[in-house]
Structures are given as structure tokens and as C-alpha cells.
Design a protein around this ligand. Structure first.
Ligand code: PBG
Length: 326
């Protein structure tokens, strides 16, 4: 029996760190990372979020400090969520000029607005006493079109803070068009819209609900997407593009890389992916047990998301990873 000698030897390109670095197809860049942040009303000190190791609900002061740290590390954007002290059926705090989210956005614009893109979460769930992303009808279902009117008002309040980009995360039909028209009608033609186009109803948002002290009973399955649907992700992104989205997003990231790949293949605008709270929690928990190498797992997860097609990635590790990349 003659011994077969391979003619193709892919291992040649893996033989040294220098060679592997040279032929690497995908790299992480600090500028492509977006740090989601939480600011809580009425607190003087940041409060750690137990289910999200390393992440805190910020006070206004600690928010400013963390924003400067992220900007100095080279992070590309900051996405702010507000945690109000009081909630009501229509999420009034979201549209008050001095509501916690709007006040936080002003602080970010003032502190780091020349260096990073300041982004606002445009959704009602943090502000409603029932925890849904919109306003409810008498029968308890989410009223799509009444919610759109609230989103338009919220967008105007956010644009007034100087925020550069608004992230539409509510999954209401037509939200991108309504918000774009409201902004343009008020002269805010330069404010960008990032549509959370393919946002799935996910168990991986669990820790986030602790982060925003969510009051939600039940689930979001009548507006967020079903985990089994791939084609529908492209449909949602296509609608948002037609409505004027400047960036489209797939969320969560790691369980939806096929959808991300589809959207990236078709989108003429930049594509974002959101590595959500439960994705952070899984890696942190396994690493804390000593079951995986934390840094390698974080880098690998972010490389996978980028390889699948994300031009920018929202990750709670943004500042830390940006530090590693320096
Ligand atoms: C809704 C919103 C959610 C997240 C971001 N925006 C929660 C939800 O839809 O239930 C989740 C982010 C995360 O889990 O990290 N405003």
C-alpha cells in the first residue's frame, strides 16, 4: 500500500502566530463596538446587576465616567437605556424632556458627543407599568398604531437632547416610517435611525429585565419574532429599509447568525448585531466556574458575529474588549 502524500496543506498558514495573524480574514475593531449602558433615576451610586457580571445601573455621575472610559478606549458608540423611578400605562417619563433617559442622553452628548455616536433606545418597555413595549388596548393587547404615536413623541424628545442615532427596538409595524416622518417634520433630518429589524422573542433577554427593573408579566410574542423563522428576518429588514432605516439590526446575535448572514448579504446599509444580556451571562457564568476561558470565549463570540456579517456589534464588553485591542 502506497502512502498518500497531501498536495494541499492548509496547515502551512497556521504554523506560527505571525502567519495566522497575516492570513486572518476577520478582525475586531474597537470602533465597531457599541456599549449599551443603563442609567437609573434617583440614585447616587451605581448598582451592580447580579445577572450581568461587570454591568451596572449607573447614577448620572458614574454614567459620565463610564462613557469617558469607553470613549478613551476607542469604542464607537454608546446606547443608553433609562430606568425611571415611576411608571405609568403610557410610559410618560419617556417623553418628558427631563425624564431619566433624556437627561442621561444630554449628559452623554455633553461628555463624549464629539468622540462617539450617542444612541438612544426608543422603546416604551422601561417606562410602562405593565412592561410592554407599547400602549395597551382595553383587552390587554398591544395597540400597534397608538404606540406609533408615542414613539413619534419619544423620538422628538430624544432628538432634542442632541442624540445622534435612535434605536427602534419596539417591533411595532411601521415604526421606522412614522419616526422618520416625525423627525423630518421637526427639522431633525440629521438624526439617524437604527431599526432593530429582526428582533426575536428571546429567553436571552432575561438578565436585561433585571437591568431595567422590568415589570413585564407574560411575554412579547405578539410583536417580537418567533425563533424558528429565518425568512421573516429578511422580510422585516426589507421593510425597515423601505421605511428609511439607516442601519438594520439582528438581535440576539449568537443564536441568529444565519439571519445576520442573510441580512448582511442583502442590506445596502450597515448591519448591526446585538450580543444580548443572556449571551453575556452565559459566558460569564461558565467562565466563573472555570469551565471556559473567559477572554478567548468573548473574542471568539465577537469574531463569530463579525464573520457572519455584522458591521457593528453591541456588546456589554465593548470597553474591555477595546482595551484588549489597543
Ligand atoms: C427593549 C429591549 C430589550 C433589550 C433591548 N431593548 C428587552 C426586550 O425586548 O425584552 C434586551 C437587551 C439585552 O437583553 O441585552 N427595549
Amino acid at each position: 500500500m502506497t502512502h498518500q502524500v497531501p498536495t494541499a496543506r492548509p496547515r502551512r498558514l497556521r504554523r506560527s502566530p505571525a502567519m495566522r495573524r497575516l492570513v486572518s480574514e476577520t478582525r475586531l475593531h474597537a470602533a465597531d463596538l457599541v456599549l449599551p449602558m443603563f442609567v437609573k433615576e434617583g440614585v447616587d451610586e451605581p448598582a451592580p446587576i447580579t445577572s450581568m457580571p461587570g454591568v451596572a445601573q449607573h447614577s448620572m455621575d458614574s454614567l459620565r465616567r463610564a462613557a469617558v472610559e469607553a470613549a478613551e478606549a476607542g469604542v464607537g458608540g454608546l446606547m443608553l437605556f433609562g430606568v425611571p423611578a415611576t411608571r405609568d400605562a403610557v410610559g410618560s417619563c419617556a417623553t418628558e424632556p427631563d425624564g431619566i433617559l433624556n437627561a442621561g442622553l444630554r449628559a452623554l452628548v455633553e461628555e463624549v458627543g464629539d468622540d462617539v455616536v450617542v444612541m438612544a433606545d426608543l422603546c416604551l418597555d422601561e417606562f410602562t407599568d405593565h412592561g410592554h413595549c407599547g400602549v395597551l388596548r382595553a383587552d390587554g393587547t398591544v395597540d400597534n398604531d397608538a404606540t406609533l404615536a408615542r414613539y413619534a413623541d419619544m423620538a422628538l424628545a430624544q432628538a432634542e437632547t442632541g442624540a445622534h442615532l435612535l434605536g427602534l427596538s419596539g417591533m411595532m409595524d411601521g415604526q421606522t416610517a412614522v419616526v422618520r416622518a416625525a423627525l423630518d417634520g421637526a427639522g431633525h433630518t440629521d438624526v439617524s435611525l437604527l431599526a432593530y429589524s429582526a428582533k426575536y422573542a428571546s429567553s436571552f433577554y432575561g438578565p436585561f429585565r433585571d437591568a431595567v427593573d422590568s415589570a413585564l408579566q407574560g411575554d412579547r410574542r405578539t410583536y417580537q419574532m418567533d425563533a424558528g423563522n429565518r425568512r421573516e428576518g429578511l422580510r422585516e429588514a426589507t421593510l425597515d429599509l423601505a421605511e428609511g432605516a439607516d442601519v438594520v439590526m439582528v438581535k440576539p446575535a449568537m443564536s441568529y447568525l444565519d439571519v445576520l448572514s442573510d441580512v448582511a448579504a442583502h442590506s445596502p446599509v450597515p448591519v448591526a448585531a446585538y450580543q444580548v444580556s443572556g449571551e453575556l451571562a452565559m459566558i460569564e457564568a461558565a467562565a466563573a466556574q472555570g469551565w471556559i476561558d473567559r477572554r478567548r470565549a468573548i473574542e471568539e463570540s465577537l469574531l463569530g458575529i463579525r464573520r457572519a456579517g455584522a458591521d457593528m456589534t453591541f456588546t456589554y464588553w465593548a470597553t474591555e474588549v477595546a482595551g484588549w485591542l489597543r
